[in-house]
Design a protein around this ligand. Structure first.
Ligand code: UDP
Length: 236
């Protein structure tokens, strides 16, 4: 499938039209960005590795019956996906406390939750992605009401699947963010990407951070961490 007109350019990806009006191509850029785009860098090879990781994870989810926008990986940096009407909501699942929740509720980093915690955020850089509750989502019209339980249940199912996948690779799934949208067949599915840009992954043995926190807090070479994640996913 060839890419045609550019539809949208974000911080990490570009969306292109294709000959099929129901499908678009995601092009993974080499840009790393953090803190609402304030910190930015070009990291050669990041686009390719993120496309590969995201494709592997979407394929696993689809095999396990999770509805997603994924169609196929079409080249090193391009993924073909169903065109979706995205909801401006970020769904975060946490197994261990890290990142924003540590400051927000004064919990120690690494504290394990008794069961996975699900949070919703409004996708809005200017407002710094505020946390929202289910009523906010409905009353502000961020997503249709019937999509809320679907997003929550799907996020928890994805957590179970990915936790297992990463655990086999000796990696702890600390937290991750998913986005959802309405797919062309009317169903609600997972859209966007699933990469170490949108997850926290810690080496089980050493505690080393293998995700975007390396870039956020200058903890070491970003791609070295991402490569370890990919190797973990590719090892039998
Ligand atoms: N996350 C993301 N995009 C965002 C905000 C968060 O992909 O705009 C991911 C982040 O990488 C982490 C999880 O969601 O894996 C939880 O993020 P958190 O709320 O702790 O915010 P952060 O500390 O990343 O600002």
């Amino acid at each position: 499938m060839r890419r045609l007109k550019k539809l949208y350019e974000g911080k990490a990806k570009i969306v292109y039209e294709t000959e099929d009006p129901n499908k678009v191509i995601l092009f993974f850029k080499d840009t790393a960005s953090a803190f609402d785009g304030v910190k930015r860098a070009e990291i050669k090879g990041k686009g390719e590795i993120n496309n590969t990781i995201s494709s592997i994870l979407f394929e696993i989810l689809e095999r396990k019956g999770v509805r997603t926008h994924y169609v196929e990986k079409v080249s090193e940096r391009e993924m073909l996906v169903w065109r979706a009407e995205r909801f401006p909501v970020e769904v975060v699942v946490r197994n261990l406390a890290a990142g924003s929740i540590v400051k927000r509720i004064g919990i120690e980093e690494g504290t394990e939750f008794k069961r996975p915690l699900v949070e919703f955020f409004m996708k809005n850089d200017q407002l710094h992605d505020p946390m929202v509750c289910e009523d906010h989502i409905v009353l502000l019209g961020l997503a249709p009401e019937e999509a809320i339980p679907i997003m929550k249940e799907t996020a928890l199912k994805v957590n179970e699947i990915l936790r297992d996948v990463f655990s086999k690779a000796g990696i702890k799934l600390v937290d991750f963010k998913l986005e959802f949208g309405r797919l062309p067949d009317g169903s609600v599915g997972v859209v966007d990407e699933i990469t170490p840009d949108s997850m926290r992954l810690w080496d089980e043995r050493t505690g080393e951070k293998l995700d975007k926190d390396r870039f956020r807090f200058d903890l070491g070479d970003l791609l070295e961490g991402y490569r370890k994640v990919l190797e973990g996913l590719q090892s039998p």
